[in-house]
Ligand binder design. Structure first.
Ligand code: BGC
Length: 711
């Protein structure tokens, strides 16, 4: 259907709809929360959408919406399919967004989106509340695992790719679903990383740092945007017309619909205290540009009464409903309310292979004194630690263990491979022995047998210690003030280290914890984050050299909790000069954005830059003895600018696979806009003057070649 036909059909529908039908169309009902009967009542009332419902229950609600309402407008079902359709326990579970971002490979994000969409569509649903385009700059925040890391450029590239994967080229086809870029905007920037609190943000900063990933998602055609819980300079994002209308629709040209986050409307009353009643809050939210209201079912009566009392123009509802119906028509829902999907695709061989590939590409090796890869001559491996055999910790947030209601007792559904299982299988293949001991729990007081772990490991050739975090430390309202390894994990490390046996530390965690000497005093340190179903198998493959870990950090590792935030693209200042820092700690992170070594080493030389065409190239050589993939990273700095600009900012990256000894020339073509800033008038401009282009292996100064140029 072309846009003109869609617009005409929407107009015709709107002309027929009563005030009540319009208000209902704006409501999204939480099924797991209100229960089936109440959900059915809402379907008959003409609710526009439901969330957190699967398969046959969704089909029943759809039937009621179509057959038992006057206009038969189909509903859309939304679900948090965040790293795979994980609330359905038979779906394919991918690495977390943060782990996937370690691949620095938009193709990985695209594939995750595509596979997830197919499984969601097959389950009778239409819409995922993904991707998260907030930045993970303050890593105390409980939701860092859901981000693509700390950098706006990388997050935008990965975000746009996953949106394309979810939505495909045509929203009406049977295998693609709606994406939802969230949380708009600045959610990760809450002061003190206190989930959903105020941000210290100005509109200029918002435009400079936090808007670019959303712009890329809009340019990729994202069909929906979710508002954030937080606020900007005292105005909740839910009631902020500037961000929701002027910027999102006016400047970015967004033409989908906006959904609030969970109960944002009543939060205006009870949490943010900018409205006295739910009716006031509903009017504010509708006027500001929220089209669909998640979970606040009281919105329905509130706006109907408000319109009748002359406190709200019905045209505000028309506008919102127009946005929702336009997407429903673009999906061709009136003709085909349910997507065809691909029966039998849940956890099919093709999807599992994609999850394996994503897990392989998400591993980041950060330290290695030569102990890795393990040699086939190894006779005995000891796998120790609380996260070596904990599939819940390996998955992290947003699976059937955590949502719609936490259920850690849920029986894990195969297939999946933990680190213990992966290493056991690898050992078996080479005839080596493998022992496992948990050692301690991640949380204090649950389990502790450090002596038992030491005795299990004492005659091993190598110890693989798997540490990290667990579900009670991950997700909404689970911000951490202390990022050091919790429980007795450090004691376990020290006791094992004292054995003098080669020791590899593996991090299975939702985010960069302050791992300290568990990484620096180990012989090797491998970061796996939440690798999904095959995270453990990927770790084993990397340990034994079956794959050459090629991931790079999308986020910085702090040296201690007190160093957070420690993102690379900070603004300069006296105490940020090289060599300076805290009086008790360096300024630099433990592991920097872009870092990752793998089993190959790469040398850079011959950086050239043509000032006229803005074409740059550099030679990259694999100086190691194994074929490896390097991520060539390009950053720039603005030497003198009207506002303070970041010390460096990523503007491009390319991946290149090189055989041992092989050299390839890697080229970039930049545009003037790549070197832009947001000035005091909040305009994105490129200011003429001197710049420095930096290209190399990571964001660390010592890893980058420089070329000065003038614009
Ligand atoms: C989260 C969103 C999520 C929604 C629905 C909220 O609490 O902030 O990210 O999509 O719940 O589950």
């Amino acid at each position: 259907m072309d846009n003109k036909t869609i617009a005409a059909r929407v107009q015709a529908l709107l002309a027929e709809m009563t005030l009540e039908e319009k208000a209902a169309q704006m409501v999204q009902v939480p099924v797991a929360y209100v229960g089936h009967e109440e959900a059915l009542r809402w379907a008959r009332l003409g609710a526009g959408s439901f969330l957190h419902v699967l398969g046959d229950e969704a089909r029943e609600l759809q039937k009621a919406a179509i057959e038992e309402t006057r206009l038969g407008i189909p509903v859309i079902f939304g679900i948090d399919a965040i790293h795979g359709h994980g609330l359905n326990d038979h779906a394919t579970i991918f690495p977390s967004q943060l782990a996937a971002a370690c691949s620095w490979n938009p193709e990985v994000a695209y594939t995750m989106g595509q596979v997830t969409a197919r499984e969601v569509a097959t389950d009778g649903l239409h819409w995922t509340f993904s991707p998260v385009l907030c930045l993970g700059r303050d890593t105390r925040w409980g939701r860092v695992d859901e981000t693509f890391g700390e950098d706006p450029y990388l997050a935008g590239e990965m975000g746009a790719a996953i949106v394309r994967g979810y939505q495909g080229d045509d929203l009406s086809d049977g295998e693609h679903i709606l994406a939802c870029a969230k949380h708009y905007i600045g959610y990760g920037e809450a002061v003190g990383a206190r989930d959903a609190c105020d941000t210290e943000m100005t509109y200029r900063k918002l435009r400079e740092v936090f808007l670019p990933p959303f712009k890329k998602a809009v340019d990729a055609g994202v069909a929906s945007i979710m508002t954030a819980y937080g606020s900007i300079d005292g105005t909740p994002f839910t009631s902020d017309r500037t961000t929701l209308k002027d910027i999102l629709r006016g400047e970015l040209g967004f033409d989908g619909f906006v959904v609030t986050d969970w109960d944002n409307v009543t939060s205006l009353v009870h949490r943010q205290h900018v409205a006295g009643t739910v009716q006031e809050a509903s009017v504010m939210a509708a006027r500001a540009g929220n089209d669909m209201i998640m979970t606040t079912t009281a919105f329905y009566d509130a706006v109907i009464e408000a319109v009748r009392a002359g406190k709200l123009e019905e045209s505000v509802l028309d506008e919102a409903v127009r946005h929702i119906l336009t997407i429903k028509l673009r999906m061709n829902l009136f003709e085909k309310p349910e997507k065809a999907g691909r029966p039998g695709c849940f956890g099919c061989a093709e999807h599992l292979a994609k999850a394996k590939d994503a897990a392989d590409k998400s591993l980041v090796l950060l330290a290695n004194n030569g102990v890795l890869p393990l040699q086939p001559s190894v006779k005995k491996v000891a796998v120790i630690g609380p996260n070596a055999d904990d599939i819940r910790a390996q998955y992290g947030d947003w699976t059937y263990f955590t949502h719609p209601k936490p259920n850690l007792a849920h029986e894990p559904v195969r297939p999946y491979v933990t680190v213990k299982e992966g290493v056991e299988a690898a050992c078996k293949a080479i005839g080596a022995a493998c022992v496992y001991h948990r050692g301690c729990s991640v949380l204090d007081g649950e389990y502790e047998d450090i002596a038992g772990a030491v005795s299990a490991a004492k005659d091993a050739d190598v110890i693989v210690l798997v540490v990290g975090d667990v579900i009670p430390q991950i997700g909404e309202e689970k911000d951490r003030a202390v990022l050091e390894l919790s429980g007795r994990q450090m004691e376990l490390f020290d006791a094992l280290r004292a054995l003098g046996i080669p020791l590899v530390t593996v991090l299975v965690a939702s985010k960069p914890l302050a791992v300290g000497r568990a990484a620096t005093d180990a012989d090797a340190f491998l970061c796996a984050f939440n690798g999904g179903m095959f995270g453990g198998e990927a770790v084993a493959k990397a340990l034994f050299g079956e794959i050459n870990p090629s991931g790079r950090l999308p986020i910085s590792f702090p040296r201690s909790s007190g160093q957070v935030p420690v993102y690379y693209n900070s603004l300069p200042g006296w105490h940020a000069l090289p060599g300076r820092g805290y009086c008790d700690l360096p300024r630099t992170p433990l592991y920097a954005f872009g870092e990752g070594i793998g089993y190959s080493a790469f040398a850079y030389d011959g950086l050239t830059l043509d000032e006229k065409t803005l074409e740059a190239s550099v030679n990259v050589t694999n100086t190691g003895s194994m074929t490896g993939t390097e991520t060539v990273q390009a950053y720039f700095s603005d030497v003198v600018s009207s506002v303070i600009t970041p010390v460096k900012q990523l503007i491009a990256f390319r991946q290149v696979t090189l055989a041992p000894g092989e050299t390839k020339k890697v080229s970039f073509r930049f545009a003037r806009e790549d070197f832009s800033l947001v000035n005091r008038q909040e305009q994105r401009v490129t200011e003429p003057g001197d710049f420095v282009l930096r290209i190399g292996h990571s964001s660390r100064d010592e890893d980058l070649l420089e070329a000065a140029f003038r614009l």
